[in-house]
Design a protein around this ligand. Structure first.
Ligand code: NAD
Length: 471
């Protein structure tokens, strides 16, 4: 009991002064060189794996509490993906940390050169609520692999996971170098006032701007993992059953649409839309039944603010009569059924903000090629998807659409390919991570040139005679 009171007090006084003291302590650890050793990095990565293996039930329980997240989604997308990141880092670490030999030029002859990966120092990771376990610990894998000290600030909107992370990291990881600070705006603001060597932020663009402005004061580099409206272009003549299943998996099967790379809206042709809607309906009903509000395989909406935000999008006059499937909601249990809206006006609210929930509007065009200009006329999305068998259309899509990542004939899966960088462009973010890109995100590539004191060329020294210019 006394311990809990002290803990509460400690949480209550986390202000800029406390944040400053924490950073100072972590700088001390970093300066000692402890986190740079290969052995330390390996031991922390192995402990993270152990944390996952020994606490699956608790992790799934926390996510159930925060989001009613189905256990399979937690085990596969949160725990499984994190374990994969740890394994990749453990397997590749020796290569990643090895100095890279660089070619030298005549100007520096004789010399040799290398690029030395160097940890940045003390870094801050701020994460979001929708994948609160993975989005907290996946960046941490990169920061550990790169040899940094760090603070993790999980999202207060997923409080059970935040508190579990705080408990588990203290138990499994080296708290002289890795700390968790729980809290909301006040605590994050206190942290943001400090000088960090990198800030890794996952969340919305409004807060992204706050993070970037705070970082600018100290010239701290930032990596911003933001969101946006990720479109799905659907060409005619495809296997609609497979396509719609893959759309459902990436939309409702990913936290009921509360995922950064969830399909946000569909673009298809007037002619193809009826067939598409019919197949979507059939497959949705197959997966979630006739009363999806009761399905155990769908997450709930995270809180009442987000529930109100989503119902406002559905209730706008401009979209009245556009719902062709779903629309049911349960305010008390924060549930919204998978909902499809057809032929939605482009100036409606739902088409002008990231949906981040189970609503899927369909926009109609006359010719599928018009889709690309439509996408490019908005802000750059985090992901863009195309379903098509047409080689030329695929090429056109790849060449003309700008997004964080592109995926053809599926949704969301590119995120699981660790050899691909994951990150946004423009309003969907800056920088990328996953696999080696996570290591790079927390590493400075130090250029080192070795010269010998033999063979000095006189040309670089004054007097600068014209004769020397002709040499
Ligand atoms: P959120 O509300 O959990 O906020 C993210 C973090 O910002 C939290 O840790 C929170 O404490 C902090 N924060 C909130 N307000 C703040 C303030 N005023 N000052 C300082 N810190 C503050 O999450 P969210 O923003 O609702 O997350 C959803 C958004 O994140 C969506 O746009 C989604 O697309 C995006 N997202 C992106 C990725 C990605 O990998 N690119 C992943 C998940 C979510």
């Amino acid at each position: 009991m006394a311990g809990r009171v002290e803990e509460e007090e400690e949480k209550a006084v986390f202000d800029a002064e406390a944040a400053g003291a924490l950073v100072k302590e972590l700088r001390g650890t970093f300066s000692s060189g402890k986190t740079r050793s290969y052995e330390w990095r390996v031991s922390q990565l192995k402990s993270l794996l152990k944390l996952c293996d020994e606490n699956e039930n608790e992790i799934a329980g926390a996510l159930r509490q925060d989001l009613s997240k189905p256990e399979l989604e937690t085990i596969v997308y949160e725990v499984g993906m994190l374990k994969n990141s740890c394994r990749v880092a453990l397997k590749e670490l020796k290569h990643w940390i090895a100095p890279e030999k660089a070619k030298t030029s005549l100007t520096s002859f004789p010399s040799s050169a290398q690029i030395l990966p160097e940890p940045l120092g003390v870094v801050l990771i701020i994460s979001a609520w929708n994948y609160p376990f993975l989005l907290s610990l996946d960046p941490l894998v990169g920061a550990i692999a790169a040899g940094n000290a760090m603070v993790l600030k999980p999202s207060e909107i997923a409080p059970a996971t935040s508190s579990l992370l705080s408990k588990l990291l203290l138990k499994y990881l080296d708290s002289s170098a890795i700390r968790v600070i729980e809290g909301a705006v006040a605590e994050t603001t206190a942290l943001l006032e400090q000088k960090w060597d990198k800030i890794f932020y996952t969340g919305n663009g409004r807060v992204g701007r706050i993070v970037m402005a705070a970082a600018a004061k100290h010239l701290t580099p930032v990596l911003l993992e933001l969101g946006g409206k990720s479109p799905v272009v659907i060409d005619a003549g495809i296997n609609l059953q497979v396509a719609t299943r893959r759309i459902i998996a990436g939309k409702w099967g990913c936290n009921n649409g509360q995922a950064c790379i969830s399909p946000d809206y569909i673009i298809t042709t007037n002619d193809y839309a009826p067939k598409l809607v019919d197949t979507l309906k059939t497959e949705l009903e197959r997966f979630y039944g006739k009363t999806p509000l009761e399905s155990k395989d769908l997450s709930r909406i995270v809180n009442s603010n987000h529930f109100a935000r989503l119902t406002k999008l559905l209730d706008e006059d401009k979209v009245s009569g556009k719902i062709v499937y779903g629309g049911a909601r349960d305010k008390e249990n924060l549930k919204i059924a998978p909902t499809i809206l057809l032929d939605v006006p482009r100036d409606s609210l739902i088409m002008n903000e990231e949906i981040f929930g189970p609503l899927l509007p369909i926009i109609l065009v006359n010719k599928i090629e018009e889709s690309f200009d439509l996408i490019n006329s908005g802000t750059k999305p985090l992901a863009a998807y195309l379903f098509s068998n047409n080689k030329k259309l695929k090429e056109q899509f790849v060449m003309s659409v700008s997004a964080g990542g592109l995926l053809i004939n599926d949704t969301a899966l590119h995120l699981a390919v660790e050899t691909l960088p994951f990150g946004g462009v423009g309003e969907s973010g800056m920088g990328a991570y996953h696999g080696k890109f996570s290591f790079d995100a927390f590493t400075h590539k130090k250029a080192v040139l070795y010269r010998s004191l033999v063979g000095d060329a006189v040309i670089r020294y004054p007097p600068y005679t014209t004769g020397k210019m002709r040499l």
